[in-house]
Ligand binder design. Structure first.
Ligand code: 0PR
Length: 379
């Protein structure tokens, strides 16, 4: 650290050089990310609430009310009259809290969780941190979890089953109604990871897409992850965790000896209220209608992209269900490298040996057209 500080101008100049190395969503070249350019209004609100800390909610009573109202709005989006939860740092913290709830409520000595083979790696973290034995259920030919395989893995030590509504790699929606029935019958905690799909599926259903129920409408669902910083257009970090019952929060809360709140259940202590305010503002400002429009456009671009990929003779791994397209480009790594040299940042799925494109709102049909031209050249 230097003895004497620089001027703002000098510091900004240096920062600019680093920023230049970053990619921008607006270029349309980021094709493999589940994040996008936040809505300008969300950015503005985020800045307004930059000094808030919900780790000490008694100091920020207004922002604390905003969190309760945000959870209430998300509950209603997910078909619960009332649910309990927090706006957290993202899907990882949300999934961690869900697994913590399931483990703590069960009081089982050697707890196990069953997750689909398509589960996000946050469950590997949860397994290690919370000392949960991870059991991997097989997928069917449509890359959705095979419920029979889940059933086979249940033991007296099972504390949770996880279903995914919008898998990370392919955007597939697991048969959550069947998982819900199974969990009700077996009295097992069911967590639905809708980190990505939570801000997509309800709006696609609104416009007539046939997708399974995945939310609190189903009696067996105990908790849901839904991330505003993915398809919700809110700046990072903004994840959401919702629990059907308050006791799921209570079993993981710890006593806080000197704060303005008695107990705390989030993993993160000092945490920004800016994410909360930005999420609250976006839900109010967009309404269902606003998000429907975003999601409709993403799906139209998705179908456009899928068609173009087939037209140039490449195989899709599976028919896209949400706004994610994966295809086999031949030599995956070679093609991805060549695309990168042309500025396209795609994601490579090692499991599927495929290129995966997440059609986020920053990707337009014009970007797709240019991408396909380059892809055709490269292959
Ligand atoms: N659950 C699902 C279904 C996810 O897809 C993800 C992240 C998580 C949980 C974890 O969420 P957080 O990363 O918010 O903790 N899915 C993306 C992925 O791993 C995250 C991502 C976002 C990756 C933007 C790259 C990127 O540029 O692919």
């Amino acid at each position: 650290m230097m003895e004497k500080g620089l001027s703002e101008k000098q510091v900004l100049k240096e920062l600019k050089n680093y920023k230049k190395l970053d990619c921008s969503y607006s270029s349309g070249k980021i094709l493999g990310s589940m994040c996008t350019e936040p809505h300008p209004f969300a950015k503005k609100v985020y800045y307004e609430f930059l000094t808030t800390n919900l780790g000490d909610p008694g100091l920020f009573r207004g922002t604390s009310i905003l969190e309760k109202e945000t959870i209430q709005m998300l509950s209603s989006l997910l078909n619960a009259e009332k649910a309990y939860g927090n706006i957290v740092t993202g899907g990882t913290e949300a999934n961690l809290m869900a697994m913590r709830a399931a483990r703590n409520i069960s009081n089982i000595e050697k707890p196990e969780i069953i997750v689909p083979a398509s589960a996000h790696f946050s469950f590997n973290k949860a397994s290690e941190i919370l000392n949960l034995k991870l059991k991997i259920a097989k997928l069917d030919e449509e890359y959705k979890v095979n419920v029979e395989s889940v059933k086979d893995k249940i033991t007296s030590n099972t504390v949770a089953i996880v279903g995914i509504a919008g898998t990370t790699e392919l955007g597939k929606v697991d048969p959550i109604p069947e998982l819900s029935k199974l969990c009700e019958d077996e009295n097992i905690y069911l967590h639905v990871d809708a980190a990505f799909g939570g801000f997509v599926i309800p709006f696609l259903k609104d416009i007539g897409y046939k997708l399974p129920d995945f939310d609190f409408k189903l009696g067996g669902v105990s908790s849901i992850t839904i991330d505003p910083h993915k398809m919700g257009l809110v700046p990072v970090p903004a994840g959401g965790i919702l629990f059907r019952k308050k006791e799921y929060i209570d079993v993981q809360s710890v006593y806080t000896p000197y704060l303005t709140e008695e107990r705390q259940s989030t993993i993160v202590g000092t945490r920004t209220g800016a994410s909360v305010a930005a999420t609250w503002a976006m839900l109010k400002y967009m309404g269902r209608e606003g998000y429907r429009k975003v999601v409709r456009e993403c799906m139209e671009t998705t179908k456009f992209l899928a068609k173009k990929i087939s037209k140039i003779g490449l195989d899709l791994i599976t028919k896209p269900e949400l706004n994610i397209v994966a295809f086999d480009p031949g030599d995956t790594y070679e093609v991805a490298k060549k695309l990168e040299n042309l500025g396209w940042l795609v994601s490579v799925s090692k499991n599927l040996d495929a290129i995966r494109i997440v059609v986020m709102p920053h990707i337009t049909k014009d970007h797709v057209k240019k991408f396909i031209e380059d892809l055709e050249d490269v292959i």
